[in-house]
Design a protein around this ligand. Structure first.
Ligand SMILES: CC(C)(COP(=O)(O)OP(=O)(O)OC[C@H]1O[C@@H](n2cnc3c(N)ncnc32)[C@H](O)[C@@H]1OP(=O)(O)O)[C@@H](O)C(=O)NCCC(=O)NCCS
Length: 191
């Protein structure tokens, strides 16, 4: 018996209809012509996933350079339900993470998920994504309308750009920690 094969392939004008069909089946939100036009321009940031030569999944991302940072936004990443839990989603996330690591100039990777999509949340947590914030009424036409922003940071935060934690900074950090605890208590009282 031959082993099951998962492969990724480019999105091209010849197969873009397969991507549209797949996204329509997998996501409750529909994407417009501009979305698909842009997807044809992003190279490695959009891929179809094949399971034994059948299209079963796709990932579409874009670069977000707003807010003084360079971030990769996963617009869609999905797999047809009969082919889930076979490693297709992981192959797509790993492709995206390898791409940003190789590039070396991204601050983070992020995406939105409906707050009740626990399967996707568990899936992304496996790859080091965390719930960064929750946006109320993010979706206009679906329920629940609230979305979590899942984010994986690619840079380690260095206070003041100074890497080693000197003794002076350490004691300052301890003081800040103490102060913030104090503030928390204060806030608790107000809540
Ligand atoms: C989320 C999604 C892409 C995962 O794809 P997948 O091909 O099933 O993922 P994998 O097989 O690579 O799963 C890897 C691991 O993630 C975790 N995981 C995946 N789906 C999960 C679920 N429904 N519940 C809990 N954990 C899950 C598991 O640990 C899994 O490993 P295991 O099967 O060995 O236990 C898929 O469920 C999907 O297409 N969902 C609909 C679209 C969507 O919600 N996309 C997210 C927003 S962009």
């Amino acid at each position: 018996m031959t082993r099951s094969r998962i492969e990724l392939g480019d999105v091209t004008p010849h197969n873009i209809k397969q991507l549209k069909k797949l996204n329509t089946v997998v996501f409750p939100v529909s994407y417009n012509e501009k979305f698909y036009k842009d997807v044809l321009e992003v190279g490695e940031l959009a891929k179809l996933a094949y399971y034994n030569d059948i299209v079963v999944g796709a990932v579409c991302c874009r670069v977000d350079t707003s807010e003084n940072s360079r971030r990769l936004y996963i617009m869609t990443l999905g797999c047809l339900s009969p082919y889930r839990r076979l490693g297709v989603g992981s192959t797509m996330v790993e492709h995206v993470l390898n791409h940003v690591r190789k590039d070396g100039h991204y601050d983070n990777v992020y995406l939105h998920v409906q707050v009740n999509n626990t399967g996707a949340i568990d899936f992304y947590k496996k790859f080091g994504f965390e719930i960064h914030e929750t946006k109320k009424h993010y979706y206009k036409r679906i329920e629940p309308a609230d979305a979590h922003v899942l984010q994986k940071n690619l840079r380690t935060a260095i206070p003041n750009g100074i890497a080693p934690c000197t003794q002076i900074e350490k004691s300052q950090n301890e003081k800040n920690h103490h102060d913030s605890k104090h503030n928390d208590k204060h806030n608790d009282k107000r809540a």
